[in-house]
Design a protein around this ligand. Structure first.
Ligand SMILES: C[S@@+](CC[C@H](N)C(=O)[O-])C[C@H]1O[C@@H](n2cnc3c(N)ncnc32)[C@H](O)[C@@H]1O
Length: 296
């Protein structure tokens, strides 16, 4: 049987009310995806963080009155109705099809990201069990991949780490499983902190090894290593704070940066860090380096 699929780009805060609304109007399933590397709409890359949106897929039986459905949604939804697409699709097991697209992935030499509903392909590898929920960070986005590959190449044993913009907790948990002693995680999104906590438990990590804070409540103690996968704009404006959160001789990795924004980031960090060559993946970059003892 064919189905009618409604795709919406929503903010994380809209997820729960929108899900209730769609189920109330007869959707047979509602699923969420990261707003990953293939946005369905064309966001303004200069200003719109891709990960401030979640993709929602709602499935209706094909004989639903499309016109009426949209009218009802637009009538009930408070404010401007999110951008959307309606398309007819062939039959398949939709819940599973979404999950099947998120497969175990290896980063660097040792690290696997394993969706929590999958078997670990290499039981002896470092296996990070993950269910991103509504938070950003599955490993499929090039910026997350760049950070995971960098972490895999670091000697992390016994280190104190900060994950600034932790999302699903993927980078922090990777650092812990690769040997870091403790990671302080922070995110402006309370749902990300929740997802990070859930994923830490999924990987049997004690809360004390991964304390989580909203940015305003975060301790200002510097760490041996800091990762921040947020946008170029915040990375530039937060440069003094992020620099002060890295001990002299400590390491930093920054991503969430489009290739054309490279120079802005280098300019903001090169006085305080001895920078490595920039790494590039699919138009996104990673900047990393070691904090100088004294700024130039
Ligand atoms: C691209 S996601 C990265 C998630 C995860 N660390 C990863 O690498 O996949 C960016 C995260 O940073 C958070 N964020 C954005 N701006 C922030 C800020 N100024 N302070 C703290 N977190 C921020 C967002 O809420 C989001 O969860």
């Amino acid at each position: 049987m064919p189905w009618l699929q409604l795709r919406l780009a929503i903010t994380p805060e809209q997820a729960d009310p929108m899900e209730d609304l769609l189920l109330g109007l007869g959707a047979v399933s509602v699923t969420f995806m990261d707003a990953e590397d293939q946005p369905i709409f064309e966001p303004d890359l200069g200003t719109t963080p891709l990960w401030s949106h979640t993709h929602l897929l709602a499935l209706f039986e094909a004989d639903v009155d499309q016109q009426k459905l949209l009218e009802q949604l637009q009538l009930i939804w408070p404010g401007t109705f999110p951008e959307h697409q309606l398309e007819e699709i062939a039959d398949q097991d939709w819940e599973r099809s979404w999950m099947d697209n998120f497969k175990p992935m290896r980063f660097g030499r040792r690290l696997w990201i394993v969706p929590s509903w999958h078997e670990a392909p290499e039981p002896d590898a470092v296996n990070l069990l993950l269910d991103p929920g509504l938070a950003f960070g599955t490993g499929t986005h090039p910026t997350t991949a760049l950070c995971l590959e960098w972490l895999d190449g670091q000697a992390l044993k016994g280190l104190q780490v900060i994950d600034f913009g932790c999302g699903s907790g993927i980078l922090a948990i990777a650092a812990l499983l690769l040997g870091a002693e403790r990671v302080v995680g922070t995110d402006i999104d309370p749902q990300a902190l929740e997802a990070s906590r859930d994923n830490a438990q999924r990987n049997q990590l004690a809360d004390a090894r991964f304390p989580l804070y909203l940015p305003e409540a975060m301790p200002d103690a510097p760490a041996d290593l800091l990762v921040a996968n947020i946008l170029a704009g915040p990375l530039v404006s937060l440069a003094p704070q992020l620099t002060s959160l890295v001990k002299p001789g400590g390491r930093i990795a920054l991503s969430g940066i489009l290739a054309e924004q490279t120079e802005d980031i280098l300019a903001a960090y090169r006085d305080s860090f001895e920078l490595d060559p920039v790494a590039n993946k699919d138009g996104w970059i990673r900047v990393s380096g070691v904090r100088r003892d004294v700024a130039l």
